[in-house]
Design a binder for this molecule. Structure first.
Ligand SMILES: [Zn+2]
Ligand SMILES: [Zn+2]
Length: 170
């Protein structure tokens, strides 16, 4: 029997709709069955150089190759087509900084949405709010989404979900 044919291993983690690759990578690595804290060492271990490190920072130049996606897909037990949904669509310009947040969305389901980093995104279409690009309590920028395990500002501890009070309409 080939052990590799098991379809859902303890490594499998269901992605959310429109979850960004950075946020998914962080969640995936923090799983107790995986427990990896350094994306760079994981990346190198599977022969991908600095790729995972780049992806968690929204550096998509050069864009993901089929070979990279297949390697990650095998590791994370995801179809390449599903994985591709965590990346920006072709032609979409990405701002890797600042990391942006709709606190109202985050309060509903806590994850970073890929479209928050699109240059073309002016605000949240669900809530008609402008996005936050830093903690309004202390002014600190948001960490990269792969580090959003606790869902709060690294500096002052303000919960992301409670930042909705500072969001302005658009
Ligand atoms: Zn929203
Ligand atoms: Zn803060």
């Amino acid at each position: 029997m080939d052990e590799n044919t098991v379809s859902y291993s303890p490594r499998y983690l269901a992605p959310y709709d429109d979850e960004s690759i950075s946020h998914y990578l962080g969640r995936w690595m923090r799983q107790p069955t995986v427990s990896i804290s350094n994306p760079l060492s994981l990346s190198q271990k599977i022969g991908l150089g600095t790729t995972l490190w780049r992806w968690q920072r929204f550096y998509f130049n050069p864009p993901p190759t089929d070979e990279e996606l297949e390697k990650i897909g095998t590791l994370m037990e995801l179809e390449v087509e599903r994985l591709q949904l965590m990346f920006p669509p072709e032609g979409e310009t990405i701002n890797s900084e600042p990391i942006r947040l709709c606190a109202a969305c985050y309060a509903q389901i806590p994850y970073h949405r890929m479209q928050w980093q699109f240059q073309s995104t002016a605000g949240c279409e669900h809530h008609r709010f402008r996005l936050l690009s830093r903690c309004r309590s202390c002014g600190e920028q948001f960490p990269i989404p792969s580090q959003w395990g606790k869902g709060k500002c690294k500096q002052c501890g303000m919960l992301f979900k409670s930042m909705v009070k500072w969001q302005k309409g658009y």
